[in-house]
Design a protein around this ligand. Structure first.
Ligand code: 13P
Length: 248
């Protein structure tokens, strides 16, 4: 049975001093045994620092993006192998902020997932509809299209990925999907994975979008919600600890 995964996404936040304070407070606030898996997806420049801060904690290190290329003349990019050098276990790919502000296509996201898997990093593949798409009744079409691209390129090892359903309208807005809304989409994604692999039940499907201390337990109680991808609340230690406790 897979463990619940709670991943914090720090986004474009942090400093050497703030990261140290946050991770030390998190470590000292955690119970001796944590029932779920916990990962911190930090800005690339802080990977080395946070790798050191997490040493011996049982918490995993994650990155927020990576290059689809193996190496070469791609100024500014960070490769999966470089992330691996710093002990990165997870990498977000296709976060809606990358799709929206950096024009990442479904095809590019699928290639990033492929490169991550080739380097022993678990890609957390993010999918989700905008408010306009939801209101137009297109949620199912959009999330299935996004996941289909990743399945198409990674068919043989698709059970090695993690999926995160993050409705764009719920990100950073304080508007969480209801537990029923989340479960409905997660069940669709699970069915799509089942059609691609006999191991679909091994794939963790996380919910993300204004998950917080108050709503985490109800969301995580849904049968197809296997964890959370937490933005703002992962920067507030008491809130993040409450979410981790709700996952236990
Ligand atoms: P918030 O939890 O701040 O809504 O962000 C969600 C998210 O985008 C995590 O990747």
């Amino acid at each position: 049975m897979k463990k619940t995964l709670i991943a914090g996404n720090w986004k474009l936040n942090g400093s050497l001093a703030a990261n140290e304070a946050l991770v030390l407070a998190l470590r000292s606030g955690l119970p001796p045994t944590v029932a779920c898996q916990v990962a911190l997806c930090v800005p690339s420049v802080y990977l080395a620092q946070v790798q050191g801060l997490l040493a011996g904690s049982g918490l995993d290190l994650g990155a927020q993006d990576m290059s689809a290329h193996e190496g070469g003349a791609y100024t500014g990019e960070v490769s999966a192998a470089m992330l691996r050098d710093f002990g990165v276990r997870y990498c977000l790919v296709g976060h809606s902020e990358r799709r929206q502000y950096h024009g990442e296509s479904d095809a590019l996201v699928a290639l990033k997932a492929q490169r991550a898997l080739a380097c022993g990093i678990t890609p957390i593949v993010c999918v989700g509809e905008t408010l306009a798409e939801r209101e137009a009744g297109a949620t199912e079409t959009v999330v299935k299209r996004q996941l289909a691209a990743v399945i198409h390129v990674n068919g043989h090892c698709i059970s090695e990925i993690v999926v995160a359903y993050e409705p764009v309208w719920a990100i950073g807005t304080g508007k969480t999907a209801s537990a029923d809304q989340a479960q409905e989409v997660h069940a669709l994604l699970r069915a799509q994975l089942r059609a691609a692999t006999s191991q679909a039940d091994r794939v963790a499907i996380l919910y993300g979008g204004s998950m917080n201390a108050a709503n985490a337990a109800e969301l995580l109680a849904q049968p197809d919600v296997d964890g959370g991808l937490v933005g703002g609340a992962s920067l507030k230690v008491p809130d993040f600890l409450s979410i981790i406790a709700a996952a236990g």
